[in-house]
Design a protein around this ligand. Structure first.
Ligand SMILES: [Zn+2]
Length: 122
């Protein structure tokens, strides 16, 4: 299911745990499946923003490659001006469904990170 979401095999993931087991401290990466189909990747000692940035990009190397031409370095490829990813989707060089999957994952990780912050965890 995670592989389907990312569109690639993810062999770097060390462990997959279910939702209830994610609270302990670990020294390895963890990938948690969230209700509703999201994934949360937890790497101890790293900031959440950095995490999602690295992990979302890792799963979408094509979008990442296109994104270097965006006007903004932190472009989310939604409604930003001069977005190379949106341009590619419009031009048909990028599958719009793939961009939609990217946005879905991005939103879910964003939301998961926000929930964790609200709970005051770590
Ligand atoms: Zn963009």
């Amino acid at each position: 299911m995670a592989n389907a979401l990312f569109g690639t095999d993810r062999q770097s993931v060390g462990a997959v745990s279910d939702h209830g087991k994610g609270r302990h401290t670990t020294t390895r990466r963890e990938l948690m499946l969230l209700p509703g189909g999201g994934v949360l990747i937890d790497t101890p000692g790293m900031r959440e923003f950095h995490l999602w940035d690295a992990e979302v990009s890792e799963g979408f190397p094509d979008i990442e490659a296109l994104g270097v031409d965006c006007r903004f370095r932190d472009c989310h490829h939604h409604q930003e001006p001069d977005c190379a990813v949106q341009a590619a989707a419009r031009a048909g060089t990028l599958d719009p469904a793939r961009l939609a999957a990217f946005h879905k994952l991005q939103d879910e990780q964003d939301q998961a990170a926000r929930t964790r912050r609200e709970k005051g965890s770590r």
